[in-house]
Write a protein that binds this ligand. Sequence first.
Ligand SMILES: [Fe+2]
Length: 210
Amino acid sequence: MKEIQRRKFLKTTLLGSVASLFTSSLQARVITPSEMEGPFYPITPQKDQDADLTKVAGKTGLAQGEIIEVFGQVLDQELNPVEDVSIDLWQANSFGRYHHPHDTNEAPLDENFQAWAILQSGAEGHYSFKTVIPGAYPISTSRQRTPHIHFKISKKGYESLLTQMYFPNQELNDQDVLFNRKSVEQQAMMTAKTTSKNNKYQYNIIIDKL
Ligand SMILES: [Fe+2]
């Protein structure tokens, strides 16, 4: 091999190794970013915690707002599905009010909105739930939280994950204090994807093995 060719070969091989190291270290870190729990984790006991948040057991009405379905898979960092994961989720109603005694927002409560669900991932780590797009809510005189859903994910043998799911194409995303502390890559992982079906959003959750 001529000297120039040899150098070129070595350079390419070395760069290749560095690139694959970089890729594998990136892959090892690709888990859903965590976020703070916030002050409104539900504290009022609630029997109805099923996957349809648009109805409350014993009531005939329907939650107000834009009804959507969120579906996805829980995966480990090697993208293997994780079954029987506890998915505890809560959110503001379509007016931006939490069903929580400490929420002082004057927006109305919605007695037909379930607000809280505890689900389990099933076969191949799949889960889904029906809800409404949560409203934005004020956190100071000049700032609002963009629409989001809180998630608490747990399973024995895995790192617990507290996070918040965002929606694409929400004007307030650009101004949201928490969302904007995340990198562009983290924001992408925390934002549900639109699908070809109206009002259906996909959100995969990646958790870390202990
Ligand atoms: Fe919140």
